[in-house]
Design a protein around this ligand. Sequence first.
Ligand code: FAD
Ligand code: UDP
Length: 380
Amino acid sequence: MDLLVVGSGFFGLTIAERAANAGRKVTVIDRRHHIGGNAYSENEAETGIEVHRYGAHLFHTSNATVWEYVNRFTTFTNYVHRVYSTHNDQVFALPVNLHTINQFFGKALTPDAARALIKEQAGEYDVATARNFVEKGVALVGRPLFDAFFAHYTAKQWQTEPEKLSADIISRLPVRYNYDNRYFNDTWEGLPTDGYTAWIERMADHPNIDVQLNVDFFDESQPLNKKALVGQVPIVYTGPVDRYFDYAEGELSWRTLDFEEEVLEVGDFQGTSVMNYPDADVPYTRIHEFKHFHPERKDTYPTDKTVIMREYSRFATRDDEPYYPVNSTDDRSGLLAYRELQKGEKDVHFGGRLGTYQYLDMHMAIGSALSMWRNELGGE
Ligand code: FAD
Ligand code: UDP
């Protein structure tokens, strides 16, 4: 073995694929029973509808290098993601756009008039100087829209004082003064034509890659463990950074999700793939209806059944799957302490959403793995 990769998500598999192509023998371990990390999907047994097991995953990027790379393993459909939001029994289009503003205020404002209204409602806050989630959110959309669509949704999603959350979280969502309601701004977007798992399997399909599932790096009763291998072989570690150091600098806070999946005896439950629920009296944040991700599969999907998934968010304990780094002001000092500890680990490279404690999308995880391969692991 020339390289051990801990974790078979997009970060780990990108490293493994590049290294295998360069002639290195790579072992990939994952503690789950499947590869692909949180992007893993499978067909629901009764309906055959593809379900993203760890929450809906939409691929989008403006990075030409990443787009060229991912197209080696899959083609993409022309799916364009749109999200709606049910507030006070009315449905609005997200991200906040001219339609949302006009519907919310019962007006027919022009783009400039809407801009002036939102600026007035933003009060003293300004996008350029906003220091946290609330200040940035109010600066972007004004207080009434912030309270309707962001305040309670974010309280459910993060359960953290919003003043302690990073302004970057809300910067993920565009605000538009026209009627464009695409959720993402990126140059390319789509879903893998024959599913995430087919894509992921093609990345791992190389004679130089040995994948071992149900193997936990911290389990010393199996040979591919931390104690036995650190210092013996280069390691790319994509699990949680605090877990790697046995929480020596304290636990970083993570959010996990609970998914409630149901097969319903109706052809169409909500008419769209994702409906958000920003009100405080609804316990879940959103409902996914998976058949709408693949309208091009309408001839193979059932017309009288559908699969929906309600998403609930809560703090992760050590026994839960960590999904989202909360990255509150308190966490940032802990993370710096872990970054110092990392420097003492011989030939261990920390990557991915869990290993770097960063809110990375798939294209960012793949892009940073390509950079690590070139800059730290001697790749082309
Ligand atoms: P992961 O996919 O988390 O993979 C890490 C792997 O490491 C896991 O398989 C885990 O089992 C394994 N591992 C951890 N500890 C150990 C250990 N001790 N031993 C062995 N293996 C271990 N991105 C988008 O671009 N678009 C989206 O729409 C989108 N939606 C998302 C929705 C949700 C609910 C979540 C959680 C994420 C979403 N993402 C989305 C982000 C996307 O999942 C990540 O960018 C991507 O999966 C990152 O890949 P990764 O390899 O860093 O991590
Ligand atoms: N958000 C919100 N209301 C919404 C959608 C998003 O308040 O209807 C906030 C929330 O804090 C969320 C963040 O914006 O965590 C980023 O949203 P995104 O849809 O990118 O979240 P993800 O899909 O990664 O869970």
